[in-house]
Design a protein. Structure first.
Length: 366
């Protein structure tokens, strides 16, 4: 990105580099939209498939689940909660994760087939390399959770599968993010780092969307930048944080997803539902059209160019041979006469005819 963080000209160029996954290509202002179902399915295959169907209809390009075994993820006696206990009252990470680690690899494979039948990618966040090895047989990309950005053995192991990588950066310092990028500096499949605030839920005032710019400026050019969101949708389903991320050029946008935001616990309370995700995905093409191109499109402004610009007029009668000056000229909006951009080149020139007051000055007057 340019040093001042504005979108570069390349961002508007269809030939610029793209984040490629499942033979689809995504760029700034054409982001990869991921509906993060996580474990909101509650262990129900019926509910999981319903959410996949809803996300697909809402315009998501991918659905994402979380794949873990609680005993390989959190210490039973040393993993306190870090979320809002009013929305999720469980005080132990190990206890919470133990409720949702019932899906096997066969379950995920079945869900992957179902997602594929609906035209959306099936992704997963593996929390250990054992489950990752099985998932690698059918997922088109891997996601690394924010809390595992510094998990060197996990990230290094996932690189061995040679799949596109998406890494969230919540709670990580710039130095830690750059360390992860250094670990991946020679990685050839596309990789994207997502700005994220690891706070459940994240208040809009704490979303720190400018973190996207920070990543765009600080990461090497071979990495893409996106956004993973934990801000609850507004009263009418609006998601301004996602819109801001889009306008800043996020190439990947991830949002938690549920079929029922009123459900208690886990990630339902800050997730998007069908209506809010549909509203956002419908807004994207409108916003992209609004963005336009790098160069101004003056073709749609031709009438204004012809009629609203100022042209040079005589402010009083000018005799033949008289020199033009600021005393006998005035710039007025008109559709005839010399455009005012030539003002300085007209001053000091003498005219070859008498010009009445209020008349346009033309090149034939010299």
């Amino acid at each position: 990105m340019a040093p001042d963080s504005r979108p570069s000209k390349d961002a508007f160029d269809s030939s610029s580099k793209s984040f490629a996954v499942s033979d689809k290509y995504f760029r700034p202002f054409n982001p990869y939209l991921i509906a993060e179902i996580g474990v909101n399915h509650g262990g129900s295959m019926v509910e999981a498939k319903d959410m996949i169907s809803s996300a697909a209809k809402a315009g998501a390009h991918a659905v994402k689940f979380q794949s873990y075994t609680a005993s390989k993820l959190a210490a039973p006696d040393y993993s306190p909660s870090y979320w809002d206990l009013k929305s999720e009252p469980t005080t132990s990470q190990f206890e919470l994760f133990s409720r949702y680690d019932m899906f096997t690899l066969d379950h995920f494979r079945e869900l992957g087939d179902y997602a594929g039948s609906l035209g959306v990618d099936f992704l997963s966040t593996p929390f250990d390399l054992d489950i990752a090895e099985g998932l690698a047989e059918f997922v088109p990309a891997f996601k690394v959770a924010s809390a595992d950005l510094t998990n060197v053995p996990l990230v290094s192991g996932l690189l061995e599968f040679d799949l596109p990588m998406i890494l969230s950066t919540g709670a990580a310092s710039t130095q830690e993010i750059l360390a992860a990028a250094e670990l991946m500096k020679n990685y050839n499949p596309p990789a994207a780092f997502l700005h994220c605030v690891l706070n459940y839920p994240t208040q809009l005032k704490n979303a720190n969307i400018l973190g996207i710019r920070r990543l765009q400026e600080s990461l090497p050019d071979n990495f893409f930048v996106g956004y993973s969101d934990h801000v609850p949708p507004g009263l009418h389903g609006e998601m301004p944080a996602l819109q801001a991320a889009f306008l800043l050029g996020a190439v990947v946008i991830e949002k938690h997803f549920t079929n029922d935001r009123t459900k208690v616990g886990n990630d339902h309370y800050h997730a998007a539902d069908y209506d809010s995700l549909r509203k956002f995905s419908d807004w994207i093409p409108e916003a992209r059209e609004m963005m336009g191109g790098w160069e101004p499109d003056i073709s749609v402004q031709e009438s204004a160019r012809q009629n609203a610009r100022r042209r040079v007029f005589s402010s009083c009668e000018i005799r033949s041979g008289e020199v033009l000056s600021i005393q006998n000229l005035i710039p007025l909006r008109a559709n005839e006469g010399i455009e005012v951009t030539h003002w300085n080149s007209l001053l000091g020139r003498s005219v070859n005819k008498r010009i009445l007051a209020g008349q346009p000055i033309s090149w034939t007057d010299f």
